[in-house]
Write a protein that binds this ligand. Structure first.
Ligand code: HH2
Length: 263
């Protein structure tokens, strides 16, 4: 799954135009590099990030989804916590609703997902993007994340979401210390064992900067660590890796698979 962010720093018309052009170019690049899914987001979920209005988020993502569905059959995932944004994105051609709040942001999230009939990604997060980095605590991070995801999958099914359309994600970096993230990556088994495809987002995340402090200040210096974590996820049975660097990750996964096949 290739990541395409449409989160402009500038709200001027000029800035927006340039950013949406850049987003289309980035999406085309990831398609050419072999992405199987594109994940499009119009609201940053980085620790401390401010939320954006529904209208602004729609203005960022809808033109991109419309452009891409017109020129490619690749499935598109909409990374949003807002049910109205998910609905408009699916109506514009998105096939997957990627929700970092596991359909918990609004009361209408669950019924909206059921009515849309799209695939949903239910992700674990402790707190909210604004607060989650403050002081995350768990007695047993693996058991708690697995129990949460199991509960949200049950809630989604009870609301009418087909079990065949549920994917789960442990939410690496969302209300977790570097140690929590590494513990989860070392013990993905209980989450994979819940029986749904598992999505893993490790690309360029801060825990890599904790392991290699020389990259602490620069997220785009974390390619090696991102690929290492994606490979660990694949070995543990993860179905989808959400990445910024599709070409390098595909190559690493292919070499790992070739070595396993030769063994
Ligand atoms: N991580 C980010 C955003 N969306 N969705 C899922 N399912 N899993 C993730 O791990 C995940 C996600 C991180 O977002 P952000 O920090 O805003 O940056 P970027 O989108 O460039 O990764």
């Amino acid at each position: 799954m290739g990541v395409v962010n449409v989160t402009p720093d500038s709200f001027s018309d000029g800035g927006k135009f340039l950013d949406s052009e850049a987003a289309v170019a980035q999406a085309r690049r990831l398609i050419a590099e072999g992405a199987d899914v594109l994940d499009i987001g119009g609201e940053s979920t980085r620790p401390g990030a401010e939320s954006v209005s529904e209208a602004e988020e729609l203005a960022r993502v809808l033109p991109l989804i419309e452009t891409l569905t017109a020129e490619s059959a690749l499935p598109i995932s909409i990374d949003t916590m807002k049910p109205a944004v998910a609905r408009a994105a699916v109506q514009a051609g998105a096939a997957i609703w990627n929700d970092v709040t596991a359909l918990g942001y609004a009361p209408e999230s669950l019924p909206t997902a059921a009515a849309l009939g799209c695939t949903v990604i239910l992700m674990h997060m402790q707190g909210t993007p604004r607060t989650m980095a403050r002081d995350p605590r768990y007695a047993d991070v693996v058991a708690e994340v697995a129990a949460f995801l199991d509960g949200r999958a049950r809630a989604a099914m009870a609301a009418g979401v087909s079990p065949a359309r549920i994917w789960l994600d442990p939410g690496i970096g969302f209300g977790k210390t570097a140690e929590h993230n590494l513990t989860l990556l070392a013990h993905l088994g209980p989450i994979v064992a819940l029986g749904f495809p598992v999505v893993l987002g490790v690309s360029r995340k801060r825990f890599i900067g904790a392991v290699d402090p020389s990259t602490a200040a620069r997220a785009d210096d974390r390619l090696g660590g991102s690929v290492a974590a994606a490979l660990a996820g694949a070995r543990a049975g993860v179905a989808v890796v959400r990445v910024h660097d599709v070409r390098e990750t595909r190559q690493a996964l292919a070499v790992q698979a070739a070595i396993e096949a030769a063994g």
